[in-house]
Ligand binder design. Structure first.
Ligand code: NDP
Length: 464
């Protein structure tokens, strides 16, 4: 079904958007930070007011169920508010430093964080609202002007987010929305010397290419890269298995496994393996699949035909190498209407050296392994190029051990709300280690907003 027709922008549109952002930068960066925050708070309020309309679009465009779609938009508004709060809590990041002792002179030293200039935001399909509006809000709060390019699968949602900024009264040119293929429009933006900094959220492969290409500029420019995940959960023999199963199912299959934080690997201690696997298989096979805007549906279709075909290929490969306990099939029943529906899939007996233990499939597929000890599980958990989220179920003491050992930017213990998923600005700031992220500081957290600014020291000397 055609949902909309959007411009297939190219290199010229990239140049036009960057030029508009450059022209608007002097005025926006000199707008007092309190005023910038007020305008952005207004944009967040407009998102709150339009939440049902925008989330309906998210549901149709991405295939999110109602709750997930509402969450995407609500989080966008909260990310923007968090950036404003961060500005306020730090008095606009203007801080007086020490007075150096100079005889006959008086010194004033002030540290000021100032915006870089034109900031590029490139977002993925799976959180089209939060991962466009969130970084855009932070870049704008810091005083940068922006160009935002959404994924080709999700231009409609981001257009509505752009409208909210516009309706709030942000000046012309402060944010610029362009649509078009990553390989042409996106690449032209990345290759332009007019970009002073970027926030890219997407896959590891595209992110690493962008990192290298962006590094060819005349000097080092900031690149906030939020990349993929291969998120593990470890279940100890001391875990509450019902709670663990609830969290694992939510994180393995929420949004059809297409979250960067999806739980795609589950390591279970041998004494509780059979019991937990039986609960997981039972729950996975009962998930309500269907048209995502319907109230009863928990699982919608995957995003596009490529993902659907990938699912079929992975299911075939996994059925040869391991045992599919449930799922492994696409669902083509007339009842489900149109869409690329894939059954939630749990796989056991996959050899530990199989490539799919390390490859982000980004589909409703999770692999299970029986382990002899928690140390063994931790060894596997950390043995990937990613380090985004991780989950644990076990005793309090074991949870402390898990937090200490796990290599991940967001880690959860004993959480039925989601083993590895579910983060909120101000509560669980979100970001990754290793191949999952570049900045080491999580979005929606204490140290995020300064990433969008560079420091300038103002030293002023007066005769005493
Ligand atoms: P992709 O990497 O395929 O695409 C992300 C964005 O990059 C899209 O807008 C895409 O445009 C654009 N793009 C592609 N090629 C280029 C290029 N050469 N130059 C500039 N831009 C380009 O990711 P998906 O959209 O498939 O999203 C899923 C991925 O995102 C997963 O790996 C997931 O883990 C990750 N992700 C990470 C998050 C995190 O916070 N760490 C959060 C959410 C997702 P186009 O669509 O036109 O190709």
């Amino acid at each position: 079904m055609v949902l909309g027709v959007f411009q297939k922008g190219g290199a010229q549109d990239a140049q036009a958007a960057l030029a508009a952002a450059r022209a608007a930068f002097p005025a926006w960066s000199h707008t007092p930070w309190q005023q910038r925050a007020a305008l952005l708070r207004k944009a967040a309020e407009i998102m709150d007011r339009r939440i049902y309309e925008i989330s309906a679009v998210v549901a149709m465009e991405v295939g999110k169920n109602r709750t997930e779609a509402l969450g995407d938009v609500a989080e966008t508004a909260d990310l923007i508010r968090y950036a404003c709060q961060s500005l306020e809590a730090n008095d606009g990041f203007i801080k007086e430093m020490g007075h150096d002792p100079l005889s006959g002179y008086q010194a004033t030293n002030v540290s000021v964080l100032r915006p870089y200039g034109v900031w590029l935001v490139i977002s993925p399909f799976n959180f089209p609202s939060a991962l466009t509006g969130g970084p855009a809000g932070a870049a704008l709060a810091a005083g940068n002007t922006i160009v935002m390019k959404p994924a080709s699968d999700t231009p409609w949602t981001t257009r509505l987010i752009a409208e909210c900024f516009q309706e709030a009264g942000l000046p012309d040119g402060s944010f610029n929305y362009v649509t078009g293929p990553g390989s042409s429009l996106g690449q032209a933006l990345i290759d332009s010397p007019e970009v002073d900094g970027i926030t890219f959220t997407g896959s590891y492969d595209v992110g690493m290419k962008i990192y290298r290409d962006f590094g060819r500029g005349r000097w080092v420019r900031p690149a906030i890269l939020e990349l993929g995940g291969k998120n593990p959960a470890i279940v100890s023999r001391h875990a509450d298995l019902e709670e663990a199963a609830t969290g694992l199912i939510r994180s393995a299959f929420g949004l059809q496994g297409q979250k960067c934080s999806a739980c795609s690997r589950i390591y279970i201690e041998a004494p509780v393996y059979d019991q937990l696997v039986a609960i997981l298989v039972d729950r996975a096979s009962k998930l309500a699949i269907g048209e995502p805007t319907a109230r009863a549906s928990w699982l919608g279709p995957v995003v596009n035909q490529k993902s659907y075909n990938d699912y079929k290929a992975f299911a075939e490969e996994l059925s040869q190498a391991g045992s599919i306990l449930t799922g492994g099939k696409v669902l083509v029943d007339g009842d489900l209407g149109h869409g690329y529906y894939c059954a939630p899939t749990l796989v056991a007996d996959l050899p530990v050296d199989h490539r799919l233990w390390k490859h982000e499939m980004f589909l409703p597929i999770s692999t299970l392994a029986k382990v002899g000890s928690l140390e063994e599980a931790m060894g596997y958990a950390n043995d990937v190029a990613y380090g985004l989220t991780a989950g644990f179920y076990g005793s309090q003491e074991e949870a402390e051990w898990f937090f200490d050992k796990i290599e991940a930017g967001v880690s959860y213990a004993n959480r039925p709300q989601g083993a590895t998923t579910g983060a909120w600005p101000g509560y669980q700031p979100f970001g990754g280690w290793k191949g999952s992220g570049s900045s080491g500081k999580n979005a929606g957290g204490l140290y995020y907003l300064p990433l969008y600014m560079h420091e300038q020291i103002h030293t002023l000397i007066k005769r005493a």
